[in-house]
Design a protein around this ligand. Structure first.
Ligand code: 6PG
Length: 234
């Protein structure tokens, strides 16, 4: 059996986490739009990316009318809830740039988890059809990292880790006694560039084990089939 080699991660141990990650993102978004009419970016949630989104919103060179945004995961809450990843992204970025509403693929956390996941997959299917492809292939897939080694809402020991057929699915997370809707590896690994955005000393031990190839954490299992993995560490 042919074991696919993991791409060698491109690691940026930044002195200026915000500036260096934003510069890279802005440059790569512009480059992807140079010869194509759209750029598909999946946003990660949590606290780390908020200042990055706020800085990207001030870019003078990104043509947001050609950008499509999806989400790596969502809490099962309404879009105006303080825990909503969509609300964070809307306030930090979406409301500040000229991106058409139909180009923001929100995970509808207000629906029952299973329904929200299926509705989101329908949006992803439409994207794939637009790309004349069998699966939605993100130009850039942003990922965070938890201290337990999770990424998106792929938490250790949860059902979504082993699903190879869904692009997104409901995932019960015991530590929160709550469901999330999360992208699966099946979707993430279709991406051209997967970008981990990780800041804080509390996560250093986690990502050093991952980068050393000594981790079986969920984040360590990200392995794009024909793409690159970048880490911005702050
Ligand atoms: C979420 C995120 C999650 C996040 C990590 C890191 O919904 O919380 O998708 O995967 O990226 O938990 O979160 P912080 O950036 O807040 O440390």
């Amino acid at each position: 059996m042919h074991l696919k080699m993991r791409p060698v991660p491109i690691v940026n141990r930044t002195l200026d986490f915000l500036g260096e990650s934003c510069e890279w993102l802005e440059r790569n978004i512009v480059e992807s739009l140079r010869d194509r009419s759209s750029c598909l970016i999946s946003l990660c949630g949590g606290n780390t990316p908020k200042p990055i989104y706020e800085r990207l919103a001030t870019s003078r060179v990104i043509d947001w009318s050609k950008v499509w945004l999806s989400f790596g995961d969502e809490r099962c809450v309404p879009p105006d809830h303080e825990q909503s990843n969509y609300r964070m992204a809307r306030e930090a970025l979406i409301d500040r740039v000229d991106i058409p509403d139909e180009q923001v693929l929100r995970i509808e956390g207000e629906f029952r988890p299973g329904v929200a996941a299926r509705r989101y997959e329908q949006k992803l299917l439409h994207l794939a059809e637009m790309q004349n492809d069998t699966a939605p292939r993100h130009d850039i897939f942003l990922l965070g990292l938890g201290e337990d080694g999770h990424t998106t809402s792929l938490f250790p020991g949860t059902a979504a880790l082993s699903n190879q057929s869904r692009w997104a699915m409901e995932n019960y997370v015991p530590k929160f006694d709550a469901f999330r809707v999360t992208a699966t590896y099946h979707l993430i690994n279709e991406s051209k560039k997967v970008v981990f955005l990780v800041s804080g000393a509390s996560k250093a031990a986690v990502y050093e084990r991952i980068l050393a190839g000594e981790s079986d954490d969920p984040a360590a299992q990200v392995n794009p089939s024909d793409g690159e993995v970048y880490w911005f560490l702050g």
